[in-house]
Design a protein around this ligand. Structure first.
Ligand code: HEM
Length: 172
């Protein structure tokens, strides 16, 4: 069986080694916190203003300010910074936290479109760091798509009586 990482690489077109090049240098030490705040603010301003209602509605139950803070704390932590996200929210467990949302291929492309635009308008981040971060984000977006497909398969697995039952997967 193909692992989620394999699927993420295949669908995103990003090799695992490129996705995790962020671990080869400490981007937080290089950039500091503010560029992550600016990136997440630029990103969610676009998401909450998206003309595509189907995508905007995925975020309808979250407050924009909270979503921005969740994201910049996670990104700063993942790029080598202090564990701001985990101290406040616990383990990132990204697949589990995205379970309520339809993370389809289309949603990943729309998410990445906004992230690419947000990245382009965040002048505090240098070009080399942008490339590393986008490779990680693109790979992770498709990792979440792979997790979402697994969730859907598990929900529709027939039980021994032939009926379709819920099999919530707690592993991710
Ligand atoms: C692929 C398309 C994606 C969709 C549709 C999506 C959707 C969402 C939604 C609706 C939320 C709730 C907003 C909030 O309350 O914080 C969320 C939260 C979050 N997302 Fe995503 N996301 C996607 C990709 C990603 C990627 C690629 C990452 C990281 C690299 C990511 C990291 C996070 C984090 C850290 C949270 C906060 C979780 C929490 O603390 O509850 N997401 N996402």
């Amino acid at each position: 069986m193909q692992t989620l990482q394999h699927k993420a690489s295949e669908w995103s077109g990003v090799r695992t080694s490129d996705a995790f090049a962020i671990d080869g240098s400490n981007l937080f030490d290089k950039l500091g916190l503010q560029p992550f705040v600016n990136l997440s603010t630029n990103f969610y301003n676009r998401v909450y203003d998206d003309e595509e209602e189907w995508f905007r509605s995925i975020f309808a139950n979250s407050k924009k300010e909270d979503a921005i803070q969740n994201q910049y704390e996670f990104l700063a932590q993942r790029m080598g910074g202090p564990p701001l996200y985990s101290q406040r929210r616990g383990h990132p467990a990204l697949i589990a936290r995205h379970r309520p949302f339809p993370v389809t291929h289309e949603a990943a492309e729309r998410w990445l479109h906004h992230m690419q635009q947000a990245m382009a308008s965040t002048i505090e981040i240098d070009e080399e760091s942008k490339i590393k971060m986008m490779n990680f984000l693109r790979h992770t977006a498709y990792f979440l798509v792979a997790g979402d497909e697994l969730k859907n398969q598990n929900q529709e697995r027939p039980c021994s009586h032939g009926a379709t039952v819920q099999h919530p997967c707690k592993n991710f």
